[in-house]
Structures are given as C-alpha cells and as structure tokens.
Design a protein around this ligand. Structure first.
Ligand code: KG4
Ligand code: ZN
Length: 353
C-alpha cells in the first residue's frame, strides 16, 4: 500500500510517498525559510503564498522520485491541523481536489501525531537517510517537541493514547527561536543555538527550571526571560534595556556561554520529564519527535540517562516533512480508520492531541 503524504502546516511545503507504513519511497521538502529569515520568524502571509507556488511541483517530484504513477497511489494523507490557517488551507484544498479528481481515499492527519510516526520508518533506498532498524514497540512514550508544541504522550497502541503533559506557555522550539533572537543568531533558533553553543561553556550560567503542579507539564517562558535578564546584566544594563539591541553589545564569548547554558537547561528539562514518565509508566519504547528532536544535545542527554536503548530517526524526518504524514496515513488505511470527506475536510489550526 502506497500513501502520498502532504504537509503545509507552517513554512515547509512537503510531500512524500511511503509504502506499508515502514518504507520511505520519496520525501520532498521545499522550505520558504529563506524568505522569513529577514523577519526573525515565520510570516504567515509569505508562508501561504509560497505554498501556493510550490505545492504542485513538490507533489509531482515526490511521485516521480518514488517511481509512482497516480494509479500506484492507494490514498492521500494531509495535515489538517494544528498550524497556520492560511498554510493549512493550501495543503488541505490541494489534497481534497486530488482525492476527488484521482478518486483516492483521503485521510486527515494531526500534525503532532504525524511527527511521532516518522519513527516508524525503518526502510529506504533513498541516499542520505539513516533510519532505525526496528519500529517502536507499544506501550510507547513520545516526547513531542517542536516550534509550536512540547508534550509527553503515552501511546498504548495506534490511535490509543493519553496526553501526560504539555507546555503551559512557550513551546521549547519557540524558546530556542526567541533566545536566538536575543543573541542575534539566525532563525530557526535550534540549529543556530546548537552551533554557537559549541564555542561556549554550558556551566557558566545556571538558568532556572520551572516547577509545575503536573510534573509532566512544561513551561519555558521563565527560562526565556531568565536568558534576557542575564544578557542585560552581562552588558551592565538593567531590565529596561531593549532586547533587540542586546546582540550588538554582547561579545561572541558571552553569546556562546549563554547559548550553551540555555541549551543545557532546556534539554535537561525535557529529559528530566521523559525519565520521570519512563519510571512511572515503564513503556517498551521511547521516541522523540518534532523539530527539536533533531537536537544532538537532546539525543545525547537522553541516550545517556534512559535505562533502555533509544533509536533516533534521521534529523531530516524530525523537522516538518511529508513522510511522517504519509506514514501515519498508511496506518490509518491499514487499520481501517475513518476516511475524510473530500468535499468537507476542514482545517483545524488549534487542533490538539
Ligand atoms: O517540527 P518543526 O519543523 O515545526 C513545527 O511544527 O513547529 O519544528 C521547528 C522547531 C523550531 O523552533 C526550531 O528552532 C527547532 O524546531 N529545531 C531545533 C533544531 N532543529 C530545529 N531545536 C533544537 N535543536 C535543533 N537542532
Ligand atoms: Zn512540526
């Protein structure tokens, strides 16, 4: 069974073909990120416009890379939430039209649930991908960490899961992006903070960890503010000093130490909670998903502290892509999940797990 996956929830226009929920046949991602860098974050209007330009070529490329004609495609899976309204609309309307014209079943996919399914890909002949050799086993604990979400979810089986906790304010990726902005590092913040952190000492600053009533909930806005205060103090200014002007007065060494110390604490928070949940629920496997799952610091800290081995998927499958959407689409098709109405599937920008 071959499913075409379409993903347009943020700034990546992506399509991919996956076979049987385990084999990656193609994955094409066109990012409009270069157009957003000048603004220090994603501009929804620009993202939606570039989806319109890219979506048809991206889908065509995904089919051709997979060696698929439309007659080989068994279904279409598309992200319908959560995400930016204008961006989601382009993917959903394109998928709906294709499902009608090509007469294929349509599957609406929850973006965050999709991220988790990148971990089920175990085979590919595409060059440049390193995949786990085995699919995760249930019960499976998933740490889902991206630019819009931070959550711990316990999966008892496919489509049977419980949300253990989630962020009460900023997502962890958002914290990376905001701290990068304070330090004058380019968007997206995750990779640029990781790079700067290599030059710094992670023990120079001791940033706070938030304590919450539900130990599986997250809060990152306090950490972000603590970074701002440290940066202001480093240049000898008080808390009224405007954050956009800090970067030009911080030395490269100060920036590197702040980046390293922030990254250590943000990742340690994620790992603390994952270990706590592991101890309470004793899952058979643990997976990480979402853009921040590409973090080598997170991969390193988790592998060190988790009592069981953990397999990581290729970083290219952690940030937004069509393959994760197609993979979940395969499981929906295989396990007879409801098919979406191609005349009615609507976007849900605030969809949760
Ligand atoms: O999943 P994703 O591509 O889009 C959303 O659904 O939000 O995640 C994007 C987020 C951004 O906040 C970016 O800074 C973060 O993932 N990110 C990273 C790394 N690569 C991307 N964060 C930490 N370390 C990385 N290497
Ligand atoms: Zn995402």
């Amino acid at each position: 069974m071959k499913i075409l996956g379409i993903e347009t929830s943020c700034d990546e226009t992506a399509a991919a073909v996956v076979e049987d929920g385990h084999t990656l046949l193609s994955s094409v991602v066109a990012s409009s990120i270069d157009l957003h860098v000048a603004y220090g974050g994603v501009v929804p209007e620009i993202a939606a416009r570039s989806h319109i330009e890219s979506i048809i070529p991206v889908i065509k490329q995904a089919l051709s890379d997979a060696g698929c004609a439309w007659s080989d495609v068994d279904g279409i899976a598309v992200t319908y939430g959560a995400g930016l309204g204008g961006s989601l609309l382009i993917g959903v309307l394109t998928a709906r039209s294709l499902a009608i014209i090509k007469n294929k079943p349509l599957y609406g996919i929850n973006h965050m649930e999709g991220h988790v399914y990148a971990n089920f890909l175990t085979k590919t002949s595409l060059p440049g991908y390193v995949l786990p050799t085995q699919a995760p086993q249930f019960p499976m604990l998933a740490l889902i960490v991206s630019g819009g979400h931070s959550q711990l979810v316990l999966f008892h089986g496919h489509f049977d899961y419980a949300l253990l906790g989630q962020t009460q304010d900023d997502a962890v990726g958002e914290a990376f992006d905001k701290v990068a902005k304070i330090l004058g590092l380019p968007y997206p913040g995750g990779p640029s903070i990781a790079k700067k952190a290599l030059e710094g000492d992670p023990l120079v600053f001791d940033f706070p960890k938030a304590k919450l009533a539900n130990p599986y909930d997250f809060s990152f806005s306090g950490l972000k503010t603590a970074v701002l205060r440290v940066a202001q103090r480093q240049i000898g200014a008080d808390f009224t000093y405007p954050s956009p002007k800090l970067a030009e007065r911080l030395s490269e060494a100060q920036k590197a130490n702040i980046a390293a110390s922030f990254q250590r604490m943000a990742v340690e928070t994620l790992v603390d909670k994952t270990i706590l949940a592991y101890k309470e629920f004793a899952p058979a496997s643990v997976v990480i998903a979402g853009g921040v799952a590409a973090s080598s610091e997170l991969r390193h800290q988790l592998a060190e502290r988790l009592p069981i081995p953990i397999a990581y998927t290729d970083s290219k499958l952690c940030t937004d892509n069509g393959a994760m959407i197609a993979t979940l689409g395969c499981f929906k098709a295989k396990l007879n999940q409801p098919i979406a109405d191609p005349y009615a599937l609507d976007i849900q920008p605030n969809l949760s797990m």
